[in-house]
Design a protein around this ligand. Structure first.
Ligand SMILES: [Fe+2]
Length: 349
């Protein structure tokens, strides 16, 4: 009896989020135990980490196909927990990532290479990933469908070209694993989609596709106002009820300041010169751009409030720190020190 050749192969675990109908994928090279996760969902972080730990996976990458509008990623938390590097398509412009991947670039995963294919059109920064006869298409190519093109830099003409010029030529046998399916379908193939995709299969002409996409009149995703900004900061526990990102102003900060618990820190992230002129009494000056050097300090407090002059620097630092895994920050994003002074609150110089 001959024993079949058991060449180590790439294991793929397809994981599902019932709420947003999102598929996440865990790829593992069986020989090296190196792994990557694609499009992890915040609410399912514990599930995913449990699997990663149980299987003894050394997670190298947390890969995003794009900034999702319907769910928040757990990429930031995954990085914090496993040390995996966050991968995003180059066009995303997201600062908080580790690998800004270009079209055609590859990620080494054990015996495999995961190749990035820039497939803009659903969003401007959508990227598909090809490995071992499979393509992970995000929302670019869905099973019998495709992602919408009416927000986040979407463009039906660009999407048509991405699918027909970059995905279809991969070959009919290539298996297609999308970021979503709303009808319980798990995967497809390029050949099937070329023939039966309801949006652009059967050689539908480009202009017909554009007209179709421009007349879908879809409702916005329920979570878009939360998900897109959160995903631009790789999604670390962005909970608007807790962080009150858009509602927390200097008056709220004043309320907090009046009976500030010992475990709280107020950070002024303007320049030392601005801080010297006037600041919230008891606040600590950590100038914008240096916040990464103070993560240990932030972690000594249960709550950290960050303000600046207009809110822009505070917001940026907040996003940056979120990406580093800090989920106990409150950012004053639309007001700042001038509002505090105008309100007649006490000032320290
Ligand atoms: Fe999407």
């Amino acid at each position: 009896m001959t024993i079949p050749n058991t060449r180590p192969s790439l294991m793929v675990k397809q994981l599902y989020d019932r709420e947003s109908c999102t598929y996440s994928y865990l790829l593992v090279d069986a020989e090296s135990q190196e792994g990557a996760i694609i499009d992890p969902v915040r609410e399912l972080f514990d599930r995913d980490i449990e699997i990663i730990n149980e299987l003894g996976i050394e997670l190298l990458y947390s890969i995003e196909t794009h900034a999702h509008a319907d769910h928040v990623t757990s990429a930031g938390k995954i990085r914090q927990t496993t040390g995996a590097r966050i991968v995003f398509g180059e066009a995303s412009g997201i600062q908080a990532i580790d690998i800004s991947i270009k079209d055609g670039e590859e990620l080494a995963l054990g015996n495999y290479k995961i190749k990035a294919i820039a497939t803009p059109g659903h969003t401007a920064a959508c990227t598909s990933y090809f490995v071992d006869g499979m393509v992970f298409t995000g929302d670019t190519l869905l099973i019998r469908g495709c992602g919408r093109t009416d927000f986040q830099g979407g463009d039906p003409a660009v999407l048509y070209d991405s699918i027909t010029d970059k995905l279809f030529p991969l070959g009919d046998e290539v298996r297609v694993y999308p970021a979503h399916d709303y009808n319980g379908r798990i995967s497809s193939t390029i050949g099937e989609e070329k023939r039966w995709n309801s949006r652009l299969g059967g050689n539908r002409p480009k202009q017909e596709f554009i007209d179709l996409m421009n007349n879908l009149n879809l409702d916005l995703p329920k979570k878009i106002n939360e998900a897109v900004p959160a995903n631009m900061s790789v999604g670390i526990n962005f909970d608007p009820n807790r962080y009150l990102l858009h509602d927390f102003d200097m008056n709220n900060l004043h309320d907090v300041w009046q009976s500030l618990p010992e475990q709280s820190l107020i950070v002024d992230n303007r320049t030392p010169e601005e801080y010297a002129k006037a600041h919230v009494p008891g606040s600590r000056n950590i100038p914008f751009g240096t916040e990464n050097e103070h993560i240990d300090l932030f972690n000594q407090y249960q709550q950290v409030y960050v303000y600046c002059r207009s809110g822009r620097r505070a917001q940026t630092a907040f996003t940056n720190l979120n990406m580093q895994g800090l989920d106990h920050l409150v950012c004053i994003s639309h007001s700042g020190m001038p509002n505090w002074i105008d309100a007649g609150y006490p000032v320290e110089t």
